[in-house]
Write a protein that binds this ligand. Structure first.
Ligand code: CTP
Length: 395
């Protein structure tokens, strides 16, 4: 349930702060990506470096970052937008009171206000404090405001006293987090999405073919992103150079003609994303046996393949969203805009082979999402871009 999800882990200044390091590891083991924000007093219990090295990301404490931290003072907004879930464990009485009152005096409390995701709060403190009228009132307030609360457990506390105030077991926090994530309806819930990915191969003879260096990374990232937003995804793919996802229904093809046949079977999907790098030409004659070089012609006669995206554009049904890609080496926006119109697509994701860190086999990309009247640039790992693009189109 947590696989591929983005979690902000908020750590406040209680003795259980050290347990948050184990919680972070468990989130990661479950496949989630985790970022950590700490209150200033939490850094008295566990060093920033512990969470920074475990999460592989800067740990945010103040809204106005100190030297060494990123200089981006709008991080609380960006993080709030980024996350699928925000878990505050442990949450002290002080932070609880701030959340109940809407105070935003550090990165953690500001991100609480900016978050678009559900927020799970694990209050952890001394038993007497937990039972105090102020804390009881604040807990009631935050629950009425829609925050999720996982009650502390009873047992021995750091004070040496016994009471209700211990951080729940890591597995209980994990299962509550999964339950919350599982109940979120993604913007593509109930939608059928077809994604094509990878290259096609146009055989000349059984051992030779015309193709391109597409790895399928961007298409697979789009398929996974669509699934994580709730879609029922079918991935139609050519020969991939990365493993195909086990948990996505997939159809394997080789040639453009096969891709066209497969796409036609799914032409009524709610969303079709043509990320495949489709060969534009195919040999007129395909030899049944390997052509011997002693008898081979030095020329291969080619004919154009079916433009599948253009065909889908011609047969587009009401309410269907058609997304194409455009791979260019010059005049990126101009050429991509003309493909958008010519192929009757709703969006074109345009990428230039000349951009650094972009293109066929790279893990990162730089793309422009072009709509009929809009344009937005995305840059970063292909898996992140894929989510951001789909969120931009469908949220
Ligand atoms: N496409 C397609 N069928 C083809 C060729 C391309 O469906 N025979 C789709 C691609 O999957 C992509 C979009 O059309 O979504 C644009 O592909 P691209 O290769 O950038 O452009 P082409 O249409 O092939 O035009 P050109 O080669 O002139 O750039």
């Amino acid at each position: 349930m947590l696989s591929g999800k983005r979690i902000i882990l908020g750590v406040t200044g209680g003795i259980a702060a050290y347990k948050a390091a184990f919680l972070l590891r468990e989130f990661q083991k479950a496949g989630a990506e985790v970022r950590v924000t700490m209150t200033p007093s939490a850094t008295r219990f566990v060093g920033l470096e512990t969470f920074a090295s475990l999460s592989g990301h800067e740990v945010a404490v103040d809204i106005f970052p100190d030297q060494g931290e990123s200089s981006d003072w709008t991080r609380h907004i960006n993080w709030g937008e980024w996350a699928d879930l925000f878990v505050i464990a442990p949450c002290t009485a002080n932070t609880l009171a701030k959340i109940a009152s809407g105070i935003s005096d550090n990165m953690l409390t500001s991100t609480v206000l900016a978050a678009r995701s559900p927020i799970l709060i694990c209050p952890t403190m001394d038993g007497e404090m937990y039972e105090s009228p102020g804390v009881s009132r604040n807990l009631k307030i935050i629950q009425e405001q829609g925050y999720q609360v996982l009650e502390p457990e009873s047992g021995y506390l750091a004070s040496g006293l016994e009471g209700k105030g211990r951080l729940p077991e890591i597995e209980d926090i994990l299962s509550k987090a999964s339950e919350i994530i599982g109940s979120i309806k993604g913007p593509l819930e109930g939608k059928k999405v077809v994604v094509t990915a990878g290259p096609t191969r146009e055989h000349i003879d059984p051992v030779r073919f015309i193709s391109n260096p597409s790895s399928g990374k961007m298409g697979v990232a789009m398929a996974k992103a669509a699934q994580s937003l709730g879609a029922d995804v079918t991935l139609i793919h050519g020969p991939l150079s990365i493993p195909k996802p086990d948990d996505i229904h997939s159809v394997s093809i080789t040639s453009t003609a096969e891709l066209f046949e497969a796409v036609k079977e799914y032409q009524h999907a709610d969303v079709i994303i043509m990320a495949a790098a489709v060969s534009d030409f195919t040999p007129v004659d395909v030899h049944k046996n390997k052509v011997k070089k002693s008898v081979a012609d030095s020329e291969i006669k080619l004919t154009k393949t079916q433009d599948i995206l253009a065909w889908l554009g011609d047969h587009k049904r009401e309410g269907q969203t058609l997304i194409g890609f455009a791979m260019e080496t010059e005049n990126l926006i101009e050429n991509a805009t003309s493909k958008l119109k010519k192929k009757n697509a709703d969006f074109i994701i345009a990428n230039s082979l000349t951009d650094e860190g972009a293109g066929f086999e790279s893990d990162t990309n730089t793309v422009h999402l072009l709509g009929k009247n809009s344009s937005q640039k995305f840059q970063g790992p292909k898996k992140d871009i894929a989510i951001e693009i789909l969120n931009t189109i469908f949220r």
